[in-house]
Design a protein around this ligand. Structure first.
Ligand SMILES: [Fe+2]
Length: 447
């Protein structure tokens, strides 16, 4: 339903916040005005609405960027709490999946009152539920996704089932889509971008092509897996591991550290993906940050001297190791699981797990809201959905990845994220380091 509506059947005037102020001045005899700030992620959105003074019933006002519950009595904040039952009744059937956390922040003099109201409200319920009958209709969400379609379509289907929001999906190579997003600024077609590594998301952030969003649900994803400023959200985790062919190597022969792979005994036995691959670049950046530039350069030169073979992508690597063409392959952990599922004799090593070791890099596949997106509300809803347990499980399981929401289990046979020693770096540090890594790769001359 669009246009004006209220639960009492009286029209609610909808204005942009700026025009309301003028209208309130002109019509101060007939309208009572409340100033309400609603916490929408990072930013506080101030909104004003006029509501007919004679209305005695709670009124929900919802527009593109804001949700308000207005009670037209003298003491708004106390009344809304006392009469929350009445609010429920007036609102009719509620939909649980549609919620907004709200922060009422009136003028400074009312601040204490509002805060005590907030505390009381927090005891009753964390959310104000809004019936879909009063909602503005959802628009169509346009997603650009670098994830292979079988890994994202079931997730989108679940979202559509839960919300009724129509989604248009454009799939492709993440870097190509990232460039398309840049070309389409400041009038983008896509609302949301899904990428398979934090670096691509961070790249768009540094190009000022994303807009921040953080919600209560998103805060539940550990901080190291999302951008500090809310520009992107990690959705699933993948670690850099070594996979091996069990017919070529006995357990006692296995390396325990990636740094052993520079040893001449591994000459000609290792495959990795091309150094144009985002996951590979992110890993090398992480090595630089943890071990330093000089050490990393020396290590990469050793790998080169050992004749490490760089293949087109990780799928080539896992298949080559599966066929026994290489004893070892440097991959993301799910490639091991995919090759195992194909019936190949492969095992996995989580390297550098000792007390003084570096740990492995855990990178993320993630999503971000595009700057100037036309369907901000829908994209935010999708991000909240991705951070919630059901989608976390599905998104991760489809590719044997780690859910990032604590407490959500991994797929059977996949090691739990909590049991893995991880490199002590934040993923949003990798983006600005990219160029130095590329320069180092040029110097080393790895393909
Ligand atoms: Fe991959």
């Amino acid at each position: 339903m669009s246009g004006s509506s209220s639960d009492s059947g009286r029209p609610i005037n909808r204005y942009a916040a700026t025009s309301v102020r003028a209208a309130a001045k002109r019509n101060s005899g007939m309208a009572s005005v409340e100033t309400i700030s609603i916490n929408r992620g990072m930013g506080l959105v101030s909104a004003q609405e006029t509501v007919p003074k004679r209305s005695t019933r709670p009124t929900v006002i919802r527009s593109n960027r804001r949700v308000m519950v207005y009670h037209p009595s003298s003491s708004f904040y106390e009344t809304i709490l006392a009469e929350s039952q009445a609010v429920d009744k007036a609102l009719g059937s509620l939909t649980k999946s549609d919620y907004f956390s709200m922060l009422f922040s009136p003028s400074a003099s009312d601040y204490g009152g509002a805060m005590s109201w907030l505390k009381k409200l927090a005891l009753v319920t964390a959310f104000v539920l809004v019936p879909t009958t009063l909602a503005q209709p959802w628009g169509e969400l346009v997603i650009y996704s670098g994830r292979s379609e079988p890994l994202i379509v079931p997730v989108i289907q679940l979202f559509q089932q839960q919300t009724g929001i129509r989604v248009t999906l454009q799939s492709g190579a993440a870097t190509a889509l990232a460039n398309l997003i840049l070309q389409e600024q400041p009038n983008p077609r896509a609302d949301l971008f899904i990428a398979n590594d934090a670096g691509t998301l961070e790249f768009l952030k540094l190009k000022d092509a994303l807009q921040p969003y953080i919600s209560e649900q998103i805060r539940k994803i550990p901080e190291q897996f999302r951008a500090r400023d809310g520009s992107w959200l990690g959705v699933s985790g993948r670690s850099r591991v070594i996979m091996y062919n069990t017919k070529l190597l006995r357990p006692e022969e296995l390396p325990k550290s990636v740094f052993e792979l520079g040893d001449p005994r591994w000459k000609g036995k290792i495959a990795m993906a091309t150094t144009r691959n985002e996951s590979v670049i992110a890993w090398m950046t992480a090595l630089r940050l943890v071990k330093g530039d000089a050490f990393t350069k020396e290590y990469l030169l050793k790998l080169k001297a050992n004749g490490i073979v760089t293949l087109n992508g990780h799928t080539d690597v896992r298949k080559a190791v599966g066929r026994g063409e290489f004893a070892l392959g440097l991959v993301n952990h799910y490639y091991y699981h995919l090759e195992l599922r194909d019936g190949s004799p492969v095992g996995v090593i989580y390297p550098d797990q000792g007390p003084t070791d570096t740990g492995v890099l855990v990178n993320v596949a993630g999503a971000a809201l595009i700057k100037n997106a036309k369907h901000v509300r829908e994209a935010q809803r999708f991000l909240d959905f991705l951070a919630a347990p059901e989608a976390q499980k599905l998104f991760a399981e489809l590719n044997f990845e780690y859910p990032l929401l604590p407490g959500v289990p991994t797929a059977p046979g996949v090691r739990a994220l909590e049991t893995i020693k991880r490199m002590p770096i934040r993923l949003d540090e990798l983006g600005k380091e990219l160029e130095k890594t590329l320069k180092l790769l040029d110097e080393v001359g790895l393909g």
